[in-house]
Ligand binder design. Structure first.
Ligand code: SF4
Length: 241
């Protein structure tokens, strides 16, 4: 794929998301990341990763382009120990130079979730204080971010463009076009370590109370917020100002 990266622009005059999307519509993930880097510069670009079951692939592509791109990881206070260990494994394996583990504000937790049961009574509010607000703070210094959503994941992700404007900054989706088979091939080709919970039947991993195993014939994200209408935590559906 031979996408042409848009011209370099000063941060004050970035190309529009639609202009970038047109230029990068058929680009490879590495080409999209390289174009994002060229467009805003490393100090203004962050990758947001959950260090979940598919995260190693995007992190590997990023590390091959530039391992010093800042990586934002939301440590919600409800993650599996295995996810925290996997973060450390991938930092070492891929040589990631700048992984920032972001936690929710203590005062917000004590005020809004003193008994740690908000995930049950109001999961949208729980995601807001444990994911959306911390991400909003973490992304303040950046003009653009990268994330790992794929169209094949369906629901709200089925039609994502390669580049969009989230209302506050440019948002690059380098894996928008990637298929499940291509992801699997990347794991094998690069000998990437698997998330430790994959072996016990978890195909998508988030916070402990909101993650369950999935059957082979289920969608891979079916185990997230099982039994509720909720399919997204909000970091991709709310404005991150
Ligand atoms: S995924 Fe569950 S536990 Fe995690 S922040 Fe959202 S509601 Fe809370």
């Amino acid at each position: 794929m031979n996408a042409v990266a848009p011209r370099i622009s000063p941060v004050s005059a970035l190309p529009s998301a639609s202009e970038l999307d047109r230029a990068l519509r058929d680009a490879s993930p590495a080409e999209v990341i390289a174009a994002a880097l060229k467009t805003v510069g490393r100090e203004k670009l962050a990758l947001v990763s959950s260090f979940g079951t598919e995260s190693a692939t995007l992190l590997k592509v990023m590390a091959d382009v530039d391992p010093a791109i800042p990586v934002v990881f939301l440590d919600t206070g409800w993650l599996f120990e295995e996810t925290l260990a996997y973060r450390d494994t991938l930092i070492a394996t891929l040589g990631l130079k700048d992984v920032r583990s972001i936690k929710p504000a203590e005062e917000t937790l004590s005020r809004d979730d003193p008994d740690r049961d908000l995930w049950f009574s109001d999961p949208d509010a729980c995601c807001r204080i444990r994911k959306v607000e911390p991400l909003s703070r973490a992304l303040k210094p950046f003009s653009a971010w990268l994330n790992g959503r794929k169209r094949f994941q369906g629901n709200a992700r089925a039609d994502i463009p390669v580049v969009e404007d989230d209302g506050a900054r440019l948002k690059f989706n380098p894996f928008a076009n990637v298929t499940r088979e291509e992801l699997e091939a990347m794991f094998v080709r690069a000998k990437l370590p698997r998330h430790p919970l994959v072996a016990s039947g978890f195909r998508s991993v988030g916070c402990m109370p909101c993650t369950s195993r999935t059957a082979e014939d289920e969608d891979s994200r079916a185990g997230r917020w099982r039994g509720r209408a909720k399919t997204e935590c909000g970091i991709h559906t709310m404005k991150i100002s």
